[in-house]
Design a protein around this ligand. Structure first.
Ligand code: DGT
Ligand code: MG
Length: 605
């Protein structure tokens, strides 16, 4: 524990309202890229280390910072101040993104809203957790405190923020224990202050600020640009009106600000200058799209473009496999050089892709060689739509992105696990591989890059979770298909399988329709062999445990279900009157009755 008085007291606490009711933690990883590299190669720990992108040192370890190496220094300057600087390339963001995701996952274990900000920062709203812990008694502040106040705020925020400091310390400790990263944290009643006090004790430490110190703390910031939500344009306007420091902004009257900004903006600026910020911590969801771009001087030959796309696709498939979701849409982006205008512009085309291109083997997403070829065909078809090959073309960038996904269910109890192990998946959406022109975008930017660099787009595209559950449609195909099954499709239709647990939030329709199986190529050639298939058919032929099944039931499908479900179905078939299942539309059934697996088994019509 370390209570440090940073400044003398500025004002007595006068806050009694609800404004301090929240407890927010901001966590920032120390010299993030450098730590990732040092964890990968411990030999780098002992030396001053710089992470290089092009001719810039984007960050350095604290050893190098002691020599004066600063973030975003030119390599030539960095080497001047630190001749023994060890440089490691940071062009490939893959490991940084993976580390970022792991840290995010650790923070999620507290079951509080976590908002990811960039790669190495997260906000956590621990308000509810603090409320639970406030009765437990221990109110010791951990870490530093900005400007210790003697007067206790009547709303109890001091106690709450002290408890939040304990939670922050636990979080940082767990990140270190589980993953090895040291971090800094800021603790406050809003996001603005939490973020701003976070770096006050770098590295590997934390700082808490109480609400009554907000105004005084903000007045120490030399530039309005230090306030995270004030961008360069707003800064320019403020500076043009002689408002340079945050203290200047505090002193500016609202009327004066309203002359240059909208009324809302003027109020927001004023509030920010006083350290007031009511923006919520928005739970971060998974990236909406996962993409990669490759920029280069110029490419004017189709075969070269194909090579670029092929290389990008290989890398993109690694990212998608790690993500685990099944892509259902693919976007191709080109940046065309316009010789006449001496500028470049981007164009994109996207189309839906069949999820059957992807297979899931032992829970891992994969793409067969044939699947990759299919994707390349789609990519080049999109390319042909974007480029008139009868004329010369000059490209300075190609990009690929998977832009829509189906969610895969996890969790041991998920019924999807029964259906997803070693199966290939096909959507009931009747997705076509035919390219459409539904999403064509254009933007213009100056032609610039001189060397080939690859940009990882997925982090830039992190978006908050949707508030409403997404509708996901599946057809699941079992691994072992006999010739007979393909030739004469099953009669059992497992329609509208709705899940009554948490899964319901994500999957709204899941269909196992063996009529569709013949449409799908076999998933796993190694396992999907004839002996497997005939073995499984033998079980069924010997009666298995489905003697009581109605004639329309596919016994193999039935036998693949877990015991409890089989029992439930059997009971229903024995006594249909007690069952919820009707042979009418399952949708209607679901509306009126509580969820049960029985409802989802309907005879094939
Ligand atoms: P810190 O937090 O001061 O101990 O140091 P870092 O390295 O964690 O710096 P931070 O948190 O500002 O940024 C996180 C990572 O993002 C950093 O390790 C490298 C990368 N990064 C930061 N600034 C830039 C930049 O201006 N350009 C590029 N390309 N990458 C940057
Ligand atoms: Mg950092």
């Amino acid at each position: 524990m370390d209570d440090t008085i940073m400044q003398s007291s500025s004002s007595a606490c006068s806050y009694v309202d609800n404004e301090h009711s929240r407890s927010i933690i901001h966590i920032d990883v120390d010299c993030f890229y450098a730590q990732v590299e040092m964890l990968r190669n411990p030999e780098l720990r002992a030396v001053p280390l710089g992470i290089q992108q092009k001719n810039i040192v984007v960050t350095s370890n604290y050893e190098a910072r002691n020599y004066g190496v600063q973030k975003c220094m030119l390599v030539t300057d960095a080497v001047k101040v630190c001749p023994n600087l060890k440089l490691v390339s940071g062009e490939d963001l893959h490991n940084y993104r993976a580390a970022s995701n792991k840290i995010f996952e650790v923070l999620l274990t507290w079951k509080c809203p976590v908002e990811k900000l960039g790669m190495d920062e997260n906000f956590i709203d621990v308000t509810k957790l603090v409320e639970e812990k406030v009765k437990s008694g221990n109110q010791t502040l951990i870490g530093h405190m900005y400007n210790e106040m003697s007067m206790e705020c009547p709303c109890g925020c001091h106690t709450r923020l002290k408890i939040a400091s304990q939670i922050a310390s636990d979080m940082r400790q767990k990140i270190y224990n589980d993953l090895g990263y040291t971090t800094c944290a800021g603790i406050a009643h809003n996001k603005l202050l939490a973020k701003l006090v976070c770096p006050l004790h770098k590295p590997n430490d934390q700082t808490t600020i109480f609400p009554e110190s907000a105004e005084g703390f903000m007045s120490t910031l030399q530039s309005v640009r230090c306030i995270p939500s004030i961008g360069s344009k707003t800064t320019e306007t403020l500076i043009s009106h002689n408002i340079i420091s945050v203290s200047d902004l505090q002193k500016a009257s609202l009327e004066e600000l309203k002359k240059n900004f909208s009324s809302d903006m003027a109020v927001r600026l004023k509030n920010l200058s006083l350290g007031e910020d009511s923006t919520p911590v928005k739970q971060t969801g998974r990236p909406q799209s996962i993409g990669l771009e490759d920029s280069f001087k110029t490419v004017s030959v189709k075969s070269e473009v194909e090579d670029k796309f092929s290389a990008l696709l290989q890398r993109l498939l690694v990212l998608v496999r790690e993500d685990g979701r099944i892509p259902v849409s693919l976007r191709v982006t080109l940046r065309k050089k316009d010789a006449k205008r001496l500028s470049s512009h981007r164009e994109s085309r996207q189309c839906q892709i069949s999820p059957s291109i992807f297979t899931i083997t032992n829970g891992t997403l994969a793409v067969t060689d044939a699947g990759q070829q299919k994707l390349m065909t789609i990519i080049m078809r999109l390319f042909n739509k974007l480029i008139d090959l009868s004329k010369p073309f000059h490209l300075t960038l190609v990009g690929l992105a998977f832009t829509k996904f189906q969610e895969r269910m996890t969790g041991r109890s998920s019924i999807v696990n029964y259906l997803m192990n070693d199966i290939s998946v096909q959507s009931v959406l009747n997705l076509q591989n035919d390219c459409d022109t539904s999403a064509t975008s254009m933007d213009y930017s100056a032609a610039s890059p001189s060397s080939s660099t690859t940009t990882d787009l997925s982090d830039a595209e992190v978006e908050p979770s949707p508030k409403k559950p997404k509708k996901v449609n599946w057809i699941a195909k079992r691994r072992c298909l006999s010739k007979e099954e393909v030739a004469s499709p099953s009669k059992l239709k497992v329609g509208e399988l709705r899940l009554n647990s948490k899964e319901l939030e994500k999957v709204s329709e899941l269909r196992l329709n063996s009529r569709d199986r013949s449409l799908t190529p076999r998933a796993s050639p190694a396992k999907d062999n004839l002996s497997d298939a005939s073995d499984s058919m033998k079980d069924v032929a010997e009666g298995g445990n489905c003697d009581d099944c109605p004639s329309y039931v596919d016994k193999e499908v039935f036998n693949a279900l877990p015991d409890e479900m089989q029992q439930e179905l059997k009971a229903m078939w024995k006594n249909p009157s007690s069952s919820e299942v009707q042979r009418s539309s399952p949708r209607t059934t679901n509306k009126a009755k509580p969820n049960t697996i029985l409802k989802y088994f309907v005879p094939h019509k």
